[in-house]
Structures are given as structure tokens and as C-alpha cells.
Design a binder for this molecule. Structure first.
Ligand code: PEP
Length: 248
């Protein structure tokens, strides 16, 4: 049994003040033994948040990373820089990055750069509403895994720390989460596609996770945790989600 993993994606929200308040509220989660809790603040706040999270047993992640090591890439942030300031995880291929910034083509390079820096990549995958309606969910997931170089013959050691997050695009920010059965089905497809690696890789569900639906998602055999957007900045809701995930 893997320890459940709950990741909060704060997206482009917050200020120094509001983030300090959220951290005050969620600090006790770092002492909760049955769950690993990660928060992903915007880049500019990472260095300030990292000492606070590490002091209380919380983990910290970035929302994006460059596929390049360093150099003339204005506006980008390298994986070694994230490791340097104490990051543990990096979100890669979030659907907002894919849709708005064309990151679908970058995921293989980002994954490699993240692993080289010794960080844990959280590769986000998922179909949109039209693809779901056309019955293309499985093929979309397989092609996103293939674009990340994850289908066929990768050695477990090369991918130590990899996490996958199934995030159906139609469920993100809509209040309309996937049903537990649909989430389980998608997670099973992903685990099977990962082949020998599959048993090692935590697969998270993301998309309108709330305290009221997290337990039914977490009891599914292939759901190892959740990626939480909107609810992760609401201290009471996020605390309840983590407590329920720990119990599942
Ligand atoms: C997300 O953006 O990764 C996400 C899951 O958002 P929400 O929980 O708000 O649907």
C-alpha cells in the first residue's frame, strides 16, 4: 500500500500575505502521518514557502519547468534552480499549460530535465469533453503517455519518483468530477500502459476534487491520491480532503 499523496495546485493565485495565511492554516497537515501533502505555489513564492513547508513536514512543488538546463531562455525556470531552492515535485503538462502555452510538445524534455535534477515529476494527462464524447479517452491517454516517452521499455530506475495525474479537462474547475468508476477505468488504462513500471507509479486523480467526493475516489484500487486545484486554497476544505485521503 502506497501512502496517499495529495497535491494542491495554487495556480496563478495568492499574494505573500494570503499565502502566509494559508500556510498558517495547513501547517498541521505536515504532521499527519497517513498522507503526503504537497503544495504548488506560483514560482515567485517558492523560495519563501520552501523553508516553511520543510520545517513542518509538508512538501513543495513547482507548477512548470523548462526542458532546458540553463542559458538564453528568457522567462523560463530550470529544474536545477527548483532543486536548489528546496522543491520536491514539478507539475508537467497540466491541461492549462497544454491548452494555453503549447506545452504538449515539451513534456518529454521537461520530464527528462526534472528527473536529471532529482525532482519528482507529476505528469498530468487527460481527455477533453469532445474526446470523451467520441469515446477517445483511452487513446488520448496512450498518446499523451507516448509523447512523454513513457510507453515501451523504460527502466524503473530511470523514472524513480514519477507520478502521473489523470485530470480530465472537462472536470477541471467545473465542479463536475469524474465518477469513481470512470476515474478507476482511466487509472487502470494508464497503469497497464506503463507496463512493468505501472505498479511503482502513484496515479492521482484531479478535477473538481472536494471533501464531499474524495473518499469515493480514493477507495478505488488504482487511485493513489488526488491533485486539487480550487479547493487547495481553502484551508478548511483542503484539510478535510487530506484527512479523508489519509483514511481511505
Ligand atoms: C487542477 O487544476 O489541477 C485541478 C484539478 O483543478 P480543480 O480541482 O479546481 O478542478
Amino acid at each position: 500500500m502506497r501512502k496517499p499523496l495529495v497535491i494542491g495546485n495554487w495556480k496563478m493565485n495568492g499574494s505573500r500575505r494570503s499565502i502566509a495565511q494559508v500556510l498558517d492554516g495547513i501547517e498541521p497537515l505536515g504532521r499527519q502521518s497517513g498522507v503526503e501533502v504537497v503544495v504548488c505555489p506560483p514560482f515567485v513564492y517558492l523560495a519563501e514557502v520552501a523553508p516553511r513547508t520543510s520545517a513542518v513536514g509538508l512538501r513543495i512543488g513547482a507548477q512548470h519547468v523548462s526542458e532546458y538546463e540553463s542559458g538564453a531562455y528568457t522567462g523560463e525556470v530550470g529544474a536545477a534552480m527548483l532543486a536548489d531552492i528546496g522543491c520536491d515535485y514539478v507539475l508537467i503538462g497540466h491541461s492549462e499549460r497544454r491548452a494555453l502555452f503549447g506545452d504538449g510538445k515539451r513534456v518529454a524534455g521537461q520530464l527528462a530535465a526534472t528527473l536529471r535534477a532529482g525532482l519528482k515529476p507529476v505528469l498530468c494527462l487527460g481527455e477533453d469533453a469532445e474526446q470523451r464524447q467520441l469515446g477517445e479517452t483511452r487513446s488520448v491517454l496512450l498518446s499523451q503517455l507516448a509523447a512523454a516517452g513513457l510507453v515501451g521499455g523504460r527502466e524503473t530506475e530511470q523514472l524513480a519518483g514519477l507520478v502521473v495525474a489523470y485530470e480530465p479537462v472537462w472536470a477541471i474547475g467545473t465542479g463536475n468530477a469524474a465518477s469513481p468508476d470512470d476515474a478507476q477505468q482511466a487509472h487502470r488504462w494508464i497503469r497497464e500502459a506503463l507496463g512493468a513500471l505501472g505498479g511503482e507509479v502513484p496515479i492521482l486523480y484531479g478535477g473538481s476534487v472536494m471533501a464531499e467526493n474524495v473518499a469515493e475516489l480514493m477507495v478505488q484500487p488504482d487511485v493513489d491520491g488526488v491533485l486539487v486545484g480550487g479547493a487547495s486554497l481553502r484551508v478548511g476544505e483542503f484539510t478535510a480532503i487530506c484527512a479523508l485521503a489519509a483514511k481511505a
